[in-house]
Ligand binder design. Structure first.
Ligand code: SF4
Length: 393
């Protein structure tokens, strides 16, 4: 597919506002479990990368005001976006505002690592237009953070959170990881309690996946750290969710809870069959039933953008069945589940007629609920989400 077509797709009229994802692929050190698209920070490369990002965003935009697509979220993900200078973040946000019709009530999230911020720096991000922070805390226990080779300790995570509040942020999310090497149920729950004590607006709870080639795998073998048995992982998940319910959080997605009204508006687009554009190396985009991805290596990305070429590769139009499967697969991650009526009007498919026979056993087991025209997983069903979702793919 040509870059003209991508430009056309990028700027076609929006039914729902787009999300704009901006990838920052630099980290101060590489964590032993990490499988993301990232590399070591290098100041010169970062400066050239930000220039390319601004160029890519400017070129993506429509020519005149009437031609601009609407957007209502900007999300800086990584890597470690808090390694960008606040002026660089401001330049990227300004480029988004030039190229797209970004709504005044936009949500602008910056992922941040606790060791890379100060109150002053966070205040400068806020002045640059960031209004939501997502801290990669992972654990409030120092020994677990050391095992994950993270650069911060629990005190630094708490301090960063306090700095964010003093800098004026009223929308803060914390990431925590469960099923860590040598972590037992009570130790995981200690991190949950520590997070609840801080009272962030949003929390994301991820299960650690140890990839076959992750250095952590060797560290675990050497130190004889094992992950708790599967049934303990289930207890970790269910008990954490119960504690968060009790503390007034609302689970809205398999891995995410928030205070009422504080869901991640950007991430919701991934789960409600929404549309988004991605900028920077390795970033993905979805529009008008087409999907594409930028080249992964920062140097390759910079070279292409500087040469006036599109950095997109892997462009394809999704066949209708794949779009439908994806909409069901991602929609079931939400506690609200999916609307069968909405699926029917969008894809002209009666989900029950097509998949009902395969879904019935999950309903009988109490993993899935058909509630009027909605289909949703129970919390216990969320533990088996993968099995349920394979029905659709
Ligand atoms: S900070 Fe995040 S992106 Fe960077 S290496 Fe660690 S886990 Fe990966």
């Amino acid at each position: 597919m040509s870059s003209e077509l991508i430009h056309q797709l990028t700027n076609s009229p929006t039914h729902q506002p787009l999300g704009l994802y901006v990838h920052i692929p630099f980290c101060s050190a590489i964590c032993n479990y990490c499988n993301f698209n990232r590399g070591l920070f290098e100041a010169g490369l970062k400066a050239r990368y930000v220039d390319a990002l601004v160029l890519e965003i400017e070129r993506a935009g429509g020519a005149g005001k009437a031609g601009k697509a609407g957007a209502d979220t900007i999300y800086f993900g990584g890597g470690t976006p808090s390694l960008l200078e606040p002026e660089e973040v401001a330049r990227v946000i300004a480029a988004c505002g030039e190229a797209f019709d970004v709504s005044p009530d936009r949500e602008v999230t910056l992922e941040a690592n606790p060791e890379s911020v100060t109150e002053e720096r966070l205040g400068a991000y806020r002045a640059a237009g960031v209004n939501r922070l997502s801290f990669g805390v992972q654990s409030f226990r120092d020994e677990e953070l050391t095992r994950l080779s993270r650069l911060h300790d629990a005190d630094r995570a708490r301090a960063a959170y306090g700095e964010a509040r003093r800098a004026g942020f009223d929308n803060v999310s914390l990431d925590l990881m469960m099923w860590l090497p040598a972590q037992r149920v009570e130790q995981w729950l200690a991190s949950i309690d520590a997070a609840i004590d801080l009272a962030p607006e949003h929390l994301s709870l991820y299960l650690l996946e140890v990839y076959p080639n992750a250095p952590l795998k060797d560290d675990m073998a050497r130190a004889q750290w094992s992950q708790a048995p599967d049934e303990d992982a289930a207890t970790m998940y269910l008990t954490a969710m119960e504690r968060l319910d009790g503390a007034g959080y609302e689970q809205y997605e398999i891995s995410n809870v928030s205070r009422p009204g504080r869901r991640s508006r950007h991430n919701m687009k991934y789960w409600i069959d929404g549309e988004w554009l991605g900028f920077g190396c390795g970033a993905h985009a979805t529009r008008e039933g087409a999907r594409w991805k930028n080249v992964s290596a920062p140097e390759d990305y910079i070279t292409r953008v500087r040469a006036g070429e599109s950095p997109a590769c892997d462009v394809r139009r999704l066949p209708p069945d794949e779009r439908l499967g994806d909409a069901l697969f991602t929609g079931l991650r939400l506690t609200d589940g999916v609307s069968l009526d909405a699926i029917r009007s969008r894809y002209d498919v009666d989900v029950w007629q097509r998949y009902g026979a395969h879904l019935e056993p999950f309903i009988a087991e109490g993993c899935l609920i058909r509630d009027g025209e909605r289909l949703r997983l129970t919390r216990r069903g969320m533990l088996l989400a993968h099995e349920v979702m394979t029905v659709f793919v």
